[in-house]
Design a protein around this ligand. Sequence first.
Ligand SMILES: Nc1nc2c(ncn2[C@@H]2O[C@H](COP(=O)(O)OP(=O)(O)OP(=O)(O)O)[C@@H](O)[C@H]2O)c(=O)[nH]1
Ligand SMILES: [Mg+2]
Length: 320
Amino acid sequence: MSGRLAQKILEGDEKSAARLISLIEEGEQEGYRELSLLYPHTGKAHVIGVTGPPGAGKSTITGKLAVVLAKEGKKVGVVAIDPTSMQGKGALLGDRLRMKDAESEGIFIRSMANRGYSGGMARATAGAACVLEALGKDTVIVESLGAGQAEKDVFYLCDTTIIVFTPDYGDEIQLLKAGLMEIGDIVIVNKGDLPGTAEAQRELSICASTRIGTDGWTPPVLVTRADKGEGLTQAAKAINDHWSFLGRERRQQKRKEKTRTFVEDLVKEEMWTRFSSAVRGDKECIRITEDAINRKIDPYSAARQIIEKTLLTIKTPTED
Ligand SMILES: Nc1nc2c(ncn2[C@@H]2O[C@H](COP(=O)(O)OP(=O)(O)OP(=O)(O)O)[C@@H](O)[C@H]2O)c(=O)[nH]1
Ligand SMILES: [Mg+2]
């Protein structure tokens, strides 16, 4: 175990932090070894999630909020999961552009690719947040598209989650809205310059007041005009209020539950990875599946036979 990167990160070296995040993103075992050395140094930072539908203004809000919070004296780091980064570097540059104020303030920003796999994203994001904290950040903002379960998993890791909507969301977003409202601690109606803003705020306030799984916190519904930087001081205040509301006890409780879920998810993910690599190309497993296709056996028995056969042969992946 080298620990060289970990050591440099703890000394505040940003290049090493960027390097380690890349290793984690690529799923390299070496990255996880370094991360394990950082983990004991973390757990105190305020992790803030910013989510919502595509184009709602998440990056603009994230960049401007980062600046407001930094001006309050916080040490801010940003992780942005880019929904379109699979198409190349353009989108990452787009994020850069939207967060240029933050970047010029010296705020550490890291864009990560959304590789389209579930679970892996939460794993990489949690890792990146941990690296930023080890680097000395006390406030970490995570931006991600709030669409599928994988994206939602990312927010299991946040202390405060902000949901960004716009006044022009259509009916198709109703379900998404309901799902997102469950995890939101602060709701923002961005693009307050568009018609329908007051109505959207009213409607979302009703949703917020009936939030499921209520912990005594009613999510405030704020209006912003992020491109002009309007409303972000209030948003920062809401973030600070929520942090105070959580206090030590609620925060610990929330993290306890989230860490438990996260560990379970990692077990599921890793089990599945190991299981599928054991099954892949295995002649007997292929034969069992074919028997099910030809109705020689039923699919339930086929699945059981494959599991029983494979469990004995699953190996620990080699470290390098
Ligand atoms: N009219 C208006 N446009 C805004 C406002 N805030 C952001 N925008 C614009 O909306 C567009 C999308 O903003 P982003 O910040 O990239 O939105 P996003 O949610 O991060 O987008 P994705 O990450 O691609 O889902 C950009 O062109 C912004 O300039 C606003 O308050 N009003
Ligand atoms: Mg964005």
